[in-house]
Design a protein around this ligand. Structure first.
Ligand code: ADP
Length: 295
């Protein structure tokens, strides 16, 4: 396990903003911390990155409770830059803070600037950068020391569609070589790059697991069948069909007494020489599953 969080809590005066949360991150996982504004995502990420002290709980990173912070890269929600510095100067400064060797730093800065597509602006002052360029520079800063875990707080929320697409593409590439935990309140962003999600609401983890498992929650047991000819009287006699609802004599939504009869139905259609135009298992959307969990 790369990271284990156990019983982590944080309160401000009487307001419990992170309430006894638990989750794990495995090596090479890309995990989205998903939840509405005020859910406690930033507070959680700040505790993981060492910027905030938890009131209670335990964080274990690479099997150690004494965390080696040089193995973690962090991009805050609102990164601040020195506008008078160039991109190269800023990354040099960030690399020194991460205790990188001076000799290695020059090559590393060049590589990371290429990776985030800022090489053309390497000697330009950050003050003149667009929001998207600043965010990519922030990513470069979080990556420069090749961390094992990259923690990103709402990395795309403040960006326009182009900036958003660029950063999501960079994350797609990055997840091949490093573990990523990023927060977002947008389900679609999580779906685009992550395999796993942790859903938070009001300081608690409401659900965690794979996107695949979340999608499975949306199965509602209904099937849809559209055929070329009339099947109403034939299908109604099948004892494995229930709750059949015909929109017309060749279009029906139904349930099966057990999903194992799915093959049986298709075989019966073939035997009966029925031409199937459309057959599918009906399910809700990922948004439906998200709303159900968050309710
Ligand atoms: P999220 O990132 O999910 O939007 P945050 O972790 O930023 O949520 O905030 C969770 C809750 O903690 C919010 O109600 C917020 O107002 C409160 N909070 C965050 N930081 C502080 C602080 N420094 N002092 C008091 N309350 C805070």
């Amino acid at each position: 396990m790369l990271l284990t969080v156990e019983g982590l809590s944080k309160r401000y005066k009487t307001n419990i903003v992170v309430d006894n949360i638990e989750f794990d991150i495995q090596p090479n996982q890309c995990v989205a911390l998903l939840g509405p504004n005020g859910a406690g995502k930033t507070t959680t990420l700040q505790m993981l990155s060492g910027l905030l002290k938890p009131d209670s709980g335990q964080i274990t990173f690479q099997g150690c409770k004494n965390i080696d912070r040089t193995q973690i890269g962090f991009l805050p929600q609102y990164p601040s830059f020195f506008p008078w510095m160039t991109a190269v100067e800023f990354l040099y400064f960030a690399g020194k803070l991460s205790k990188m060797e001076k000799g290695k730093l020059k090559d590393k800065i060049n590589n990371v600037l290429h990776f985030v597509d800022l090489h053309h602006a390497k000697n330009k002052k950050i003050g003149g950068f667009s929001g998207g360029m600043k965010q990519r520079l922030g990513l470069a800063q979080a990556l420069i020391h090749e961390p094992k875990l990259l923690i990103l707080d709402e990395p795309v929320s403040a960006l326009d569609p182009t900036g958003r697409r660029d950063v999501l593409r960079i994350l797609e590439e990055l997840k091949k070589k490093t573990s990523i935990l990023f927060s977002t309140h947008i389900l679609h962003d999580a779906e685009q790059v992550c395999d796993e999600i942790i859903m938070m609401k009001a300081g608690k983890v409401k659900w965690s697991g794979s996107i695949k498992r979340l999608k499975e929650r949306t199965r509602n047991g209904y099937f849809f069948l559209k055929t070329e000819g009339d099947i109403k009287s034939w299908l109604s006699k099948k004892d494995y069909i229930r709750e059949a609802n015909f929109s017309n004599s060749s279009t029906v939504t139904f349930k099966l007494t057990s999903n194992q009869y799915c093959n049986c139905l298709l075989e019966d259609c073939i035997k009966q020489e029925i031409t199937i135009i459309h057959f599918e298992e009906r399910s809700g959307t990922l948004e439906d599953a998200y709303m159900e969990v968050m309710r």
